[in-house]
Design a protein around this ligand. Structure first.
Ligand SMILES: Nc1ncnc2c1ncn2[C@@H]1O[C@H](COP(=O)(O)OP(=O)(O)OP(=O)(O)O)[C@@H](O)[C@H]1O
Length: 245
């Protein structure tokens, strides 16, 4: 398995204020890795740091040579008065071969949407179209920032199944930020738990059993609620959770 991205003691900051300290992580070809953590814990900042949009304050990010990254944003602000079909949207900012955009739509199960107006799509349909657009560059790594925000639970579960299918057919790695803890635990190969630093990382089972994760999210079905009520009053240092397995 080859490394796509590796960070070494990566610290990210806005101005002089560090928001994420000393992160050691990696992403390998073909794996699905999910970043979880409370609001403001640095999840989106880490994505920005990994693609180079936010330069390292200290430490390093190493990307595989000629790494192709496809980015799926949380949502898309579309001018409601602007007529824009899905097919045209997929050809912006530059034209793409018809066979390529059609194949991308087929891969995300949205081939019937080609002539629909973007502004008339449901949340789930729009996410599929955004995913199709990210696939056009044949990415080695797909990055998704809270891709299921605004979708109901069955819609979110369906979207994660789609991600797994895309990973299988395209062979790309997937790095996503998610708040859907239960689905994340089922759909990820590895989980990174952030809170201003890398609290713990490992397989879903290892992370779910880690005291750092439980302190953040609790255990059982109330875990998701604990996410928003966390005071981070525990004392620990970043490390690999595998020692808790
Ligand atoms: N452009 C910016 N300038 C200054 N501070 C920022 C900027 N973007 C984010 N921050 C701060 O960095 C910290 C981490 O933010 P980030 O968006 O990475 O967190 P997050 O875990 O993705 O949060 P959420 O779950 O709410 O999306 C927060 O304290 C945030 O206020």
């Amino acid at each position: 398995m080859s490394r796509l991205i590796t960070t070494d003691a990566l610290t990210l900051a806005y101005g002089a204020t560090p928001v994420l300290r000393d992160v050691d992580m990696h992403i390998d070809r073909g794996e699905i890795v999910t970043i979880v953590g409370p609001n403001g814990s640095g999840k989106s900042s880490l994505l920005r740091g990994l693609i180079g949009a936010l330069p390292a304050f200290s430490g390093t990010v190493t990307r595989a040579p000629a790494l192709r990254v496809g980015y799926v944003p949380q949502s898309l602000a579309v001018d409601a008065t602007l007529p824009l079909t899905v097919a045209r949207f997929l050809n912006l900012p530059s034209r793409v071969a018809r066979a390529d955009w059609q194949a991308a739509l087929v891969d995300v199960g949205a081939e019937a949407l080609a002539d629909r107006q973007i502004r008339g799509l449901s949340g789930g349909q729009l996410q599929r179209v955004l995913l199709a657009r990210a696939l056009l560059g044949a990415p080695d790594l797909l990055m998704l920032d809270e891709p299921t925000q605004g979708l109901d639970q069955p819609g979110a579960a369906q979207f994660y199944r789609l991600i797994e299918e895309v990973r299988r057919t395209r062979g790309c790695a997937v790095l996503m930020v998610s708040h859907d803890l239960h689905v994340v635990m089922a759909a990820s190969d590895r989980v990174l738990c952030l809170n201003g630093h890398l609290c713990c990382q490992g397989t879903p089972k290892v992370v779910a059993d880690a005291p750092e994760y439980r302190a953040l999210f609790g255990s059982g079905t109330r875990g998701a609620l604990a996410l928003y009520q966390h005071d981070h009053d525990h004392d620990h240092h970043p490390h690999d959770c595998s020692e808790h397995a």
